[in-house]
Write a protein that binds this ligand. Structure first.
Ligand SMILES: [Zn+2]
Ligand SMILES: [Zn+2]
Length: 95
């Protein structure tokens, strides 16, 4: 299955038995989403988000997703390369 949808931003890989899936950032809700279960709150999402590194990865990645068009931009981009909208860049990490 070749799915090259760049808007699906993986933040972690999860394994369950012989299945391997990915936790992605769902671009409309900007929430972690399990591709394996098609769920926002399955055990895999909870497990992945229990890791500090994954949460950090998630927060950093969300900042790069354009809230206007859903395009995933480079880390140093200040404006969306797709629609030109200014990307939300905030220094405050709300816990
Ligand atoms: Zn799952
Ligand atoms: Zn955009």
């Amino acid at each position: 299955m070749a799915d090259l949808d760049l808007s699906n931003v993986p933040i972690a890989s999860v394994m369950d038995g012989d299945k391997i899936g990915q936790i992605i950032i769902e671009k409309f809700t900007l929430k972690p989403f399990c591709e394996m279960c098609n769920s926002f709150d399955c055990i895999h999402v909870k497990y992945a988000m229990s890791f500090k590194q994954v949460r950090k990865n998630f927060i950093e990645s969300v900042k790069r997703i354009c809230h206007n068009c859903g395009h995933y931009n480079d880390n140093d981009a200040n404006y969306c390369v797709h629609c030109g909208k200014k990307l939300a860049k905030s220094g405050d990490d709300k816990q």
